[in-house]
Design a protein around this ligand. Sequence first.
Ligand code: ADP
Length: 498
Amino acid sequence: MPNIKKLLVANRGEIALRIMRTAREMGISTVAVYSEADRLSPHVKFADEAVCLGPPPSNQSYLLGDKIIQVCKELNVDAIHPGYGFLSENAGFAKKVTDAGIIFVGPSPESIEVMGSKLAAKQAVAKYNIPLVPGTEEAISDISAAKKKAAEIGYPILIKASAGGGGKGMRIVESEVEFEEQMQRAVSEAQSAFGDGAVFIEKFITSPRHIEIQVLGDQHGNTVYLFERECSIQRRHQKVIEEAPSAVVSPEMRKAMGEAAVGVAKACNYYGAGTVEFIVDDQLNFYFLEMNTRLQVEHPVTEMITGKDLVREQIRIAEGNPLPFAQEDLKIYGHAVEIRVYAEDPKNNFLPDIGKLITYRRPQGPGIRVDDGFEEGMDIPIYYDPMIAKLITHGENRQDAIDRMIRAINDYRITGIETTLDFCRFALQHEAFTSGMFDTKFVERYFTPEKLEPVFSDEEKQILAAMAVVFYEKEENRINPKTPKNTLPTTNWKNRLI
Ligand code: ADP
């Protein structure tokens, strides 16, 4: 069985650092790659060796698969972990890595290929009795046949790009009159964004929840599920708050979803860590959406509730070891919540904000985990995803994890850049979230920028007013002293309130 001694992490930021930490705990030496923009990044400093790939744009650095393989050969690296994004779901890269005699910490190129196409994935799982959103199982080629099918399903429907990802390449069609126009747009968008114009139809689920199942499979045919993560709080179809377990999933539903997810994994002979995404309607029916063949951004919530280190398991599986636990060994301990701290301005349509992290202090304490890849004083580069950090809390139950998260958000000090911290506090305190009765429409339903303006109670207003008076008098006295300095009045603002 190959024993990995040196691992190259073909990624940057928080995920590169997170993977290297586990590698170090396992006694594996680490190699970082970086672009010129990331020269001073923590992942570069942490690694045992580091190699610059080129200029900042990803296509001149982190996406240079051949160069990365070359680095592996020169430094005697025996495995590559791709993280998420960049080359992680590139079947061609995974194949080149294995052909070069290097272990790819991930599934086989064939599994990546099948699941990389939403249509191929639907076709692959068809014989496993996995619930699918009603729709077409093949690319639309004939408009009138597609219209007929859409009428059968019932409007609104969704036109989706088979090669789509990251929430891109989807169009809602409200009625038949819009069908052709939206269809043409969807095809041309899919063609320009993904180089593949294949689109298909799905019923548009009006109040959907996004619930996904973590799976782990070894190379000996054993597959288990590590329960669900709910990721329904999204902006622009992209996740911003995740939790495990979900507030609405019962033990029976969990088992049914878990077994369906294992079926999806088996349908593509999956090994490694993977995530099977489902969409859940307001009646709690669940339908398979797609499988992500890599580690997910939100994997820490699963680690917190299961006590397992998913990166360690990925590495052990890649080495050829059998899974060290069976389904019945896995249990849920407490509740975990993750928020993504993005350099974005929620008051301005969540537009990315760039600049320097003038102040950067992490929250601390029991049950708090911060996965980040920045230090105070660093710039957030414009070339990559604007995520600064992931803040994760764990508690005995859902409310404890939420309360702890609010405390952690309040203790997080970030200045110089607008972030999603205040938005996340707003969401976590909202009645829809605390009650568990929310869906992916949360942001459009409940959020407006004014919601982030500070709201003060009457007592707080009185205190602020009194402090303003004291401050004003002190300033007056300093600028224009009426009394000698040593006889300045002492402040007595508390008594003034009464
Ligand atoms: P991507 O690969 O771009 O992430 P997904 O198929 O995973 O695409 O869908 C992303 C998000 O879009 C889901 O989390 C959900 O919010 C929404 N979505 C996807 N399919 C549907 C559908 N049939 N009805 C309603 N919303 C959907």
